[in-house]
Design a protein around this ligand. Structure first.
Ligand code: SAM
Length: 285
């Protein structure tokens, strides 16, 4: 469903009412979920129940198969040794990178996510994750040293609603990278969702076929997604619909010299509407 950003429409009121009736009580979206457009809200959205469900949602095995070695190959191609996983979540990419031999540090702003990632590290290969609880906007305060690469994956950057927060987070990423470091950051194809309506084939990131992940409401400043699980449980995430060229511009403006964008892991992805996800590779040199 797509809506205009202007005013409160009947449809908007209906969505807000439905969200109120259905929402998981711990997620604390309040009486008007469509008004929740804050960069600080993510930690409440990823409460314990949702964190446990997240692994069902992202389906590690399916994701492993569909992503293949795309990120590992990119990191190797750039001679990377140390990587900071800025949006660790439940640890999928941290484990993948440890397995590939990278010196990996796992950051997240949500403590529940890091706890689950630590458990998953033990479970999938007996890795002891080096975890750092930090918000991207103050990353250099919490993280020691400089890294060859930062990855911020799984459509995570979309959690920042304010342009100043986005600029600050990217500047912090830039600061903790070595002089020739690179940032790999991905996003849903929100241009296509905003311009043409939602049509994701759910091929890459949300590959759990038991789980439906659909936008419940979209305007220029909010994409509210609804995640429904086989046991009937229902969760929501409020996200900012980042446009592809806007994020590319921000990356250049904070100082990254070159930004290459892949669509669904392909360098030549043709039409901008076709991919479900974009991956940006931004380099300092
Ligand atoms: N990368 C993981 C994946 O692909 O499965 C997790 C993705 S999840 C959509 C987004 C993650 O970003 C969450 O774990 C959330 O806590 C984290 N996050 C969101 N905003 C953040 C911020 N400002 N600082 C640090 N972490 C943040």
């Amino acid at each position: 469903m797509q809506e205009s950003a202007a005013g409160t429409t009947d449809a908007q009121a209906e969505v807000a009412e439905k969200s109120r009736a259905d929402a998981h009580p711990d997620q604390a979206f309040g009486s008007d979920p469509l008004a929740v457009r804050e960069s600080d809200h993510y930690a409440e959205e990823y409460n314990e129940g949702f964190v446990d469900k997240w692994d069902e949602l992202i389906d590690w095995k399916g994701r492993y198969e569909s992503e293949g070695s795309f990120f590992v190959d990119l990191l190797r191609k750039h001679g990377v040794e140390s990587v900071l996983d800025a949006a660790t979540g439940t640890g999928f990419h941290s484990v993948r990178m440890l397995e590939a031999g990278f010196d990996t540090t796992s950051v997240d702003g949500a403590a529940e996510m890091l706890a689950k990632a630590f458990e998953n590290g033990k479970q999938y290969g007996d890795y002891v994750l080096k975890v750092v609880h930090s918000d991207w906007r103050w990353l250099s305060k919490d993280v020691q040293g400089k890294y060859d690469a930062i990855v911020c994956l799984g459509n995570s950057f979309t959690h920042l609603f304010d342009e100043n927060d986005r600029r600050k987070a990217l500047a912090e990423f830039y600061a903790v990278l070595k002089h020739d470091g690179l940032l790999i950051i991905d996003q849903r194809n929100y241009d296509s969702i905003l311009d043409d309506g939602f049509s994701s084939k759910h091929t890459y990131y949300y590959c759990g076929d038991q789980v439906s992940a659909e936008p419940e409401y979209v305007d220029d400043g909010l994409a509210r997604f609804r995640y429904e699980f086989p046991d009937g449980s229902l969760y929501h995430l409020n996200m900012f619909p980042l446009r592809k060229n806007y994020l590319r511009r921000l990356l250049r403006e904070v100082g990254f010299q070159k930004v290459d964008t892949y669509g669904d892991f392909q360098e030549a992805y043709g039409n901008d509407n076709a991919p479900d996800f974009f991956v940006h590779v931004a380099t300092k040199e």
